[in-house]
Every structure is written in C-alpha cells, then in structure tokens.
Design a binder for this molecule. Structure first.
Ligand SMILES: *Cc1c(COP(=O)(O)O)cnc(C)c1O
Length: 360
C-alpha cells in the first residue's frame, strides 16, 4: 500500500509504533490487529494493595495472549527475509500465536511442545490454524534446545523470544502504558517464565524515558511459581512444576537480561504457591470481572503477597502499579471446570429453579 509509513493505517502494533520497530518500507506487515489492549483500573485490588493498581489485560490480543505483539514483528521480518516456515518451542501461547500469524502470512509453522503440558485452549488454537504439532517426551527447556538446533540449520525461522524481533514487538506494551498514564508507573509486576517479556517491558520503558516521554522508570517485579523459580533461586530447575503452565520453565532464555533489568530498576523476583495463584485467579475473576489464565494470576498473587508481608521497601504506599495479565482465562478451561461439578438438572418450573438458585 502506498504511503503506509506516513499514516498509521488500521490497527496493530506496527501501525501504531512503526518508528520504534525494526521495520522498513520493504517489510511486509503481517498483522491481526494486536495491541492497544485495555489498561483497566482495579479498585478492589487497589484497596487490598494500598496503591493505585491497573491491569494491562493482554488476554484481549487476537490469539488471547501478549505473544501476538512480538509475533507480528517476528513473522513480518521472517517473511521479509524470505522464510518459508516458522518453528517454535512453546508452553502453549507462543505456538497459538505463531500458528495464527503463519496462517495469515501463508507460510508453514511447526510447534514443538512438551507432551501433556499444554492447556487445551492453546492446543486447539495451534491445530485450528493448521500448524504441524510435535509433542516431545520432555519439558519446555528440551523443546527450546531442539528448536535452536533446527533453526541453526537454516530450514526454519525461530519465533521464540530468543528472536530479538519478538522482544522489539513486545516492548510496545510499555509504550501503550506510558501513553495512557502520561508517565511510567512506579511499579510494574508481571509473570516471569522465559523472561523475554520482562526484558521487553524494561527496554520499552527505558526507550520512552530517553525520548522524554516519561520521567521515571518503574521497579520491575517478576513473579515465579514456587516450584518453577530458577531466577528466584538463582539456579536451573531441572523439573519445574506449577499449575501455571505458561511459566513452567526451569532455565529461562532471557535470564541474564531480565536479571539486569530487575537489578537496574531496583526491582525484585518473588515466588508464589500454586494455591495462591489459583486463589488470585478466582478472586480477580469474581471481584474485578477479569478472567485470566493461571500464569497471569501469578503477578496478582505476588502483589497480594507483598501487601500481606508489608513489603514497604518494594511497595511504599500510594504508588501507581501496573500488573500485566498476560493471557486469557479461556486458554485453560480445565483449571476452573475441575472446581465445578455439574449439578443434576431440575424440573422446568419457577419453584424448582428458584429453589436451586438459593440452595447453598
Ligand atoms: C509466555 C507467557 C508468559 C511468560 O512470559 P516470558 O516472556 O516467557 O517470561 C506468562 N504468561 C503467559 C500467559 C504467557 O503466554
């Protein structure tokens, strides 16, 4: 399309933030209208935390997670370089996103997944978009090792977050937050898995500060699950386990970069239990109306823990806090449906239905 660089035509992070991204006139833009997700003020969460808390609801991206922000840039650049096929290792959302953007671009996509560890909604997406799905008898870290080797042989373009185009796209979430708040928040909390997203946010905040678009930089706080917490424990975890499958990672690819971003910002890494994650998930859904997948509830659980432990070193009162909720709750329906046993149907009359509604 002519003059596309001059006007920001349509939706999508490349249209909105082209000047900050590694794209040119020669880049064919592959987009599904990702980004521009809502920043939702959460009054009940704010009350419990003693700060003004916003949720950046990344579950509202086209495939239901923040991965789409990076994928639009990574797939556009791969296409520009002449790639015929994409490959990724995934805990689920990267494969859902890669499959959708590959379909859009008209190229093939192979996804390498840890067998039996992918939430059903994410698996359904990869299949629906026509990706070649290969399950391995290993964990995510094994899958990523294999993908790196296949990518090195030149047959496939890797679209994991070790691809810098992914990180470039993902930093646009930080731009959106500053554009909306008029400044950076004081604290930014997010789940920490392969650590690409925290790295991307830190890069976005610092780029915007250099441009004079914000005054400060937020403390970056990464939240890991108790038994999948390599960054917290400062050692590789061989067999990471958590209900939050998107952060079930024992050896993060962007570990060093994320650690530096956390240290430079005066931030921290905290851990939460699976039980705290599931409690935070249902509390957020039932009090703020925001349904997120377990990994995305981890930062909410982390914030509640910091508040409970009165960690005023990290969270002095009356600050502005943004919490990224990375993926939609519908990605992982079994987590919730397991708690819900279908009651027997009642007679089709008002009395029986009223009795059923009020029954405790
Ligand atoms: C990928 C993912 C994460 C982890 O992000 P990293 O960049 O790997 O740290 C967290 N939550 C969800 C829903 C994800 O899909």
């Amino acid at each position: 399309m002519q003059n596309e660089s001059k006007k920001s035509w349509g939706r999508g992070v490349i249209a909105r933030y082209r000047e900050y991204l590694p794209v040119s006139q020669a880049t064919p833009v592959v987009t599904l209208g990702e980004g521009s997700t809502p920043l939702i003020e959460t009054p009940k969460l704010s009350d419990r935390i003693g700060a003004r808390v916003f949720v950046k609801y990344e579950g509202l991206n086209p495939t239901g997670s923040f991965k789409d922000r990076g994928m639009t840039v990574a797939v556009s650049k791969a296409l520009e370089r002449g790639a015929q096929a994409l490959i990724c290792a995934s805990t689920g959302n990267t494969s859902a996103s890669a499959a959708a953007y590959a379909a859009r671009a008209g190229i093939r996509c192979a996804v390498i997944l840890p067998a039996g560890k992918i939430a059903s909604g994410k698996m359904v997406q990869a299949i629906a978009h026509g990706a070649r799905v290969v399950s391995i008898d290993g964990n995510f870290d094994d899958a990523l090792r294999i993908v790196r080797e296949l990518g090195d042989q030149g047959e496939f373009a890797i679209v994991n977050s070790i691809n810098p185009d992914r990180i470039a796209g993902q930093k646009t979430a930080a731009f959106e937050i500053v554009d909306e708040l008029g400044d950076a928040p004081d604290i930014h909390v997010l789940p920490l898995g392969n650590a690409g997203n925290l790295t991307a946010y830190a890069a976005g905040y610092s780029e915007y500060k250099k441009l004079g678009k914000s005054r400060g930089l937020p403390r970056m706080i990464g939240i890991q699950a108790e038994h999948a917490a390599p960054v917290f424990h400062r050692r590789v975890i061989e067999k990471p386990e958590t209900v939050a499958s998107a952060i079930r990672i024992g050896n993060p690819a962007s570990w060093e970069a994320a650690q530096r971003a956390i240290d430079d910002s005066g931030g921290a890494v905290e851990i939460v239990t699976d039980r705290e994650i599931l409690e935070a998930q249902s509390w957020l859904a039932q009090t703020e109306g925001i349904f997120v997948e377990p990994a995305s509830a981890a930062p909410i659980a982390g914030l509640l823990k910091l508040a409970r432990e009165k960690r005023r070193d990290l969270m002095p009162k009356d600050l502005t806090v943004v919490c990224t909720c990375t993926g939609h709750g519908l990605k992982d329906p079994e987590i919730v449906s397991a708690k819900f046993s279908q009651a027997a149907p009642v007679a089709p009359n008002i009395e029986a239905v009223r009795e059923a509604i009020t029954r405790s």
